[in-house]
Design a protein around this ligand. Structure first.
Ligand SMILES: CC(C)(COP(=O)(O)OP(=O)(O)OC[C@H]1O[C@@H](n2cnc3c(N)ncnc32)[C@H](O)[C@@H]1OP(=O)(O)O)[C@@H](O)C(=O)NCCC(=O)NCCS
Length: 374
């Protein structure tokens, strides 16, 4: 293999055929199973869209009952796991906790578990892991899941004991994060699945990949940046300093979208609507950051991505920034599991190549430098 064969970061390489979602990076479109994301957030809620992504069509009434009941009955965690969580270091990052607890759940399951039923079970448990960790870490009593609440309401209830205003907006933000083609975490988890490994290993892989700041971890970094800027007047200098030092500006740019990310557009509109009624922290600074970054990078087509405005919204709900990426995972598990199962239907293990550029034909010497078999 030659250097010309290299596709750095697998840019432009197709690794699967999929009917789950379609991203048009030039027009800024995202489509789940044929439906535009704008229509789905307007008209559907988490359970319906999860059903759509897993099963390929929107649910009828019976199917809706089925998915709601599946997702609400499997929320509890084994008590042993909750006891173990109480022993975790109090400053453990929520993504590290989520990754570890999903892995632990794998010990409670038979190896042959890559079924849709198990995918749904795990999707039901992820909000519980996140909320329990929030309560344990803050020395608050755990709030157990409530079957009569829907997926996102139940999560907010387990976190805060009540439903914040705009909780519908939270549900819709989950829909926006549910699926996005062959992104890094979906690819990583599909690779794990392609070895016929179990679903807990698949999702542990995905969470570890999502955690990085170039992927889902960017939402936490965006809020850190906005806090650090602190004042709208300081935005141009702060951004120019990052550019001068060749640092990435978090929440901007995308491998596929070469125009405004449609998810960022929707999130920005919601934050704008909320801010018409009440103060939304950091929104003014964020708007200025967007103006400056888009202007400075006008030749490179760099625009806000999904992670730019999501954190401002979560912060407004009272969710601490280190939990932001877990919210992303809570939604994206639907896409991860859908892809893992779709790929299994025509499975082939992933095994790409690297191009060797190290030394060859070295003579083996012992520790004293004496050549052996020379
Ligand atoms: C998302 C991301 C990883 C995509 O990476 P990619 O497709 O490999 O794109 P590259 O990093 O090669 O960027 C292409 C060019 O745009 C620039 N660029 C892209 N995103 C940038 C950003 N956020 N800030 C500054 N420059 C950026 C790169 O420096 C590069 O410039 P060059 O051609 O002069 O070297 C990248 O845009 C990024 O790091 N963004 C910040 C992290 C983030 O928000 N991630 C969440 C993604 S949803």
């Amino acid at each position: 293999m030659k250097k010309e064969d290299l596709k750095h970061g697998l840019e432009g390489v197709a690794v699967a055929i999929s009917s789950i979602s379609y991203v048009d990076g030039e027009k800024g479109k995202l489509v789940y199973r044929g439906f535009e994301i704008e229509d789905l957030v307007e008209n559907s809620y988490f359970e319906e869209v999860a059903y759509l992504i897993w099963f390929g069509s929107l649910p009828n009434e019976n199917e809706e009952d089925f998915i709601k009941s599946m997702l609400s009955k499997k929320r509890n965690l084994p008590e042993n796991i909750v006891e173990m969580m109480r022993l975790f270091p109090e400053n453990a990052h929520p993504m590290a906790v989520l990754r570890s607890v999903v892995s632990m759940l794998g010990m409670y399951s038979k190896e042959d578990n890559s079924t849709l039923e198990n995918a749904i079970n795990l999707t039901a448990k992820i909000p519980t892991i996140i909320a329990y960790w929030y309560r344990i870490k803050n020395n608050l009593p755990i709030i157990y899941p409530e079957e009569h609440l829907n997926h996102s309401e139940n999560f907010l209830y387990m976190m805060f004991g009540e439903l914040p205003e705009y909780s519908k907006c939270f549900d819709k933000a989950l829909i926006l994060h549910m699926e996005q083609g062959m992104n890094a975490s979906t690819f990583a988890s599909t690779v794990t699945s392609s070895t016929l490994s179990d679903i807990y290993s698949v999702i542990t892989t995905a969470i570890g990949t999502l955690k990085g700041p170039l992927h889902g971890g960017a939402n936490e970094k965006v809020l850190e940046m906005l806090e650090e800027i602190g004042d709208i007047e300081k935005v141009p200098e702060y951004i120019d300093n990052l550019i001068r030092n060749k640092k990435k500006i978090m929440g901007f740019g995308h491998r596929i979208y070469k125009t405004y990310d449609p998810r960022a557009k929707i999130l920005k509109k919601w934050v704008q609507e909320i801010s018409a009624h009440e103060k939304v922290d950091f929104f003014d600074i964020a708007l200025k950051v967007e103006d400056v970054v888009v202007e400075r990078f006008k030749d490179k087509n760099i625009y806000p991505n999904v992670d730019f405005y999501s954190g401002i919204l979560y912060n407004h709900f009272g969710i601490p920034k280190e939990f932001f990426t877990t919210i992303f995972a809570m939604a994206r598990i639907v896409g991860w599991t859908a892809h893992a199962m779709e790929y299994r239907k025509n499975n082939r293990i992933f095994r790409p190549r690297s191009i060797y550029n190290g030394p060859k034909d070295l003579k083996y010497k012992d520790m004293k430098g004496v050549e052996i078999n020379g």
